[in-house]
Write a protein of this length. Structure first.
Length: 60
């Protein structure tokens, strides 16, 4: 895994944590749904980054 991949993975993890915090403190169902969608989107991104990282590690 190269430095850029590590940076992107850590960034996605931080985004998920931030939106989880916002979800926990949301005051309306509309806000909660928006944060849930964003968390799921970021988890998909993180999954792709991790898959790419695993492929790179196996190829090396």
């Amino acid at each position: 895994m190269n430095g850029l991949q590590q940076l992107l993975i850590r960034g996605s993890e931080k985004v998920i944590g931030h939106y989880q915090f916002l979800l926990d403190s949301a005051t309306s169902e509309r806000e909660r749904e928006r944060y849930r969608r964003r968390i799921e989107e970021e988890r998909r991104i993180l999954g792709r980054l991790l898959d790419d990282s695993d492929r790179s590690a196996r190829a090396a």
